[in-house]
Design a protein around this ligand. Structure first.
Ligand SMILES: Cc1cc2nc3c(=O)[nH]c(=O)nc-3n(C[C@H](O)[C@H](O)[C@H](O)COP(=O)(O)OP(=O)(O)OC[C@H]3O[C@@H](n4cnc5c(N)ncnc54)[C@H](O)[C@@H]3O)c2cc1C
Length: 476
């Protein structure tokens, strides 16, 4: 084994190699601490050429590679197995922004750039990179593209797949595919770019990307809204598209259970409304049209206030607060963004990142809550998520005082009930987090034979030795 370590060191240097157990540890477990793997080494190349050389060496020595970005994935896709024979290939030293083209609305970056750094760089040029999620301070663009990440702006701008023009990829043979094109139109055969997006590192390693930029919103309105039911939330959103002149940029649904956990575990959290309610919507409108001083009617906040007033009369809204300044808007957002963290602090939970069509959300919600309770009456459902995309994090918190081992004995039955229901509504068992190692069995169970066969054929053709993140997404 030391022979391959020496060869890896010759490629990436001392700085690019971690072999001591303490140094490796953070790369061997996932954010949710569901998995703990082992690895021969953590390899941190500093350039595409180094990535290619590492992959070529691994192909020759038949060593499997687990690509990793910020390691914030929710499905264990970036965690190695327990054999200790795989390497983790971390992109975190490849963190340069290579070019910003404000005229053409593009940015070219290395795969290890942290998402928030990209957002800030775009803002400095009066542009917007709209991908936004609670892990943005540590997740990387390579991980975002490899999981086809969603987040809170999908309903207006699309998911990661829609935010990228070109890619550079190192193939499982260690060749470099230069698809780093900033083209809006390119109909030249099979779309290789789309193949690598969302592939969770099973087909190759994304090393660079050309991203799309948008004009930066100049006027934003953010409201914290109590609604009587998920049905009212969906109706409120439906009307908001026209009322905002198609400017709804986010629409998040939360339940009282989720808010109570945030208030309990995240210091400084404050409930924006005086009364307790069962359901909340966080809605944001954004426009590139600057707000004109002295012209109140032109502001989005005033338009939103008018719309929410009508909805209040119609019984779709019970109470609402519109943020008066940026700090207040950030406080509203913190209540949403701290959902995952507060559930982690509360104890064990089972996560279901599912989607159904938006109009099916109300029926799915009531049937799904009942289904979880039927399996384990003491469980605590905490549904929340991107209602504008039909994507719910239909999570289930363990009963108070239960440890993880005890709660997990019910995981299969609870998740089975949820996924069966999702499929009966024509939905998806993984909306934005991917399959990783978490849902390999579920994918095999719920997807059709022809889809699975086609995926396996692609995997075998591109990675015949099965060395690129083996055991993730699909077994070959
Ligand atoms: C608090 C919190 C909130 C979150 N909210 C959201 C959300 O709203 N929406 C959402 O979609 N996700 C969300 N996530 C999940 C996670 O942040 C995303 O999946 C993110 O895109 C992962 O990026 P990463 O750099 O951390 O990737 P990692 O976790 O390191 O890797 C994820 C997968 O991509 C592969 N990979 C990583 N980099 C590369 C590369 N360069 N080339 C090829 N394969 C690669 C890995 O092998 C793995 O399979 C959240 C996570 C947390 C912790």
């Amino acid at each position: 084994m030391s022979a391959i370590i020496d060869k890896l060191a010759a490629i990436v240097g001392e700085r690019g190699l971690i072999t001591d157990p303490q140094g490796k540890h953070p790369y061997l477990t996932d954010w949710r601490e569901n998995y703990l793997g082992a690895a021969l080494a953590v390899v941190r190349p500093a350039s595409t050429e180094e990535v290619a050389a590492v992959v070529k060496l691994c192909a020759a020595e038949r060593v499997a590679i687990v690509p990793q970005g910020g390691n914030t994935g929710m499905a264990g896709g970036g965690t190695p197995d327990q054999s200790g024979r795989e390497i983790v290939l971390s992109l975190n030293r490849m963190n340069r922004i290579l070019e910003i083209d404000p005229i053409g609305y593009t940015m070219t970056v290395e795969a290890g750039v942290v998402l928030e750094t990209i957002q800030e760089a775009a803002a400095q040029h009066d542009r917007l990179f709209p991908l936004s999620l609670a892990a943005q301070g540590s997740c990387t663009i390579g991980g975002n593209l490899s999981t086809n990440a969603g987040g809170v702006h999908v309903l207006h701008y699309g998911n990661a797949r829609q935010l990228v023009l070109g890619l550079e990829v190192v193939t499982p043979a260690g060749e470099v595919w230069d698809g780093l094109r900033a083209l809006k139109k390119d109909n030249t055969g099979y779309d290789l770019r789309d193949l690598y997006l969302g592939a969770e590192g099973t087909l190759g390693i994304i090393t660079r990307a050309v991203l799309k930029l948008w004009p930066r919103p100049k006027d934003t309105a953010t409201a914290w809204i109590a609604v009587p039911s998920p049905e009212a939330a969906v109706a409120l959103l439906s009307g908001a598209h026209a009322a905002s002149e198609d400017n709804v940029t986010s629409c998040e649904l939360m339940s009282r259970q989720g808010i109570d956990l945030v208030l309990k575990h995240i210091p400084g959290s404050v409930d924006p409304l005086a009364e307790r309610h069962d359901w909340y919507v966080l809605m944001e409108w954004g426009s590139t049209r600057p707000r004109r001083a002295g012209d109140n009617a032109s502001g989005l906040a005033e338009k939103m206030e008018g719309y929410l007033g009508e909805a209040l009369e119609a019984g779709q809204v019970l109470d609402a607060a519109i943020a008066q300044n940026e700090a207040q808007a950030r406080a509203f957002w913190a209540l949403r963004e701290n959902h995952s963290e507060s559930q982690k602090r509360e104890g064990p939970s089972i996560k279901h990142d599912i989607s159904v069509s938006v109009s099916r959300i109300p029926a799915f919600m009531s049937e799904g809550l009942a289904a979880m309770k039927r399996v384990l009456p003491e469980c605590r459902p905490v549904p929340f998520g991107h209602v504008g995309d039909g994507n719910l994090h239909f999570n289930c918190q363990g009963p108070p005082g239960w440890d993880k081992a005890r709660f997990m004995t019910h995981a299969h039955a609870i998740s089975g009930a949820v996924y069966d229901l999702v499929v009966s509504h024509g939905g998806s068992i993984s909306a934005e987090h991917g399959i990783g190692q978490l849902k390999v069995d579920e994918l095999a169970h719920y997807r059709s034979q022809i889809e699975l066969d086609t995926m396996r054929t692609i995997k075998r053709a591109l990675d015949p030795q099965n060395l690129m993140n083996p055991g993730k997404i699909i077994r070959v």
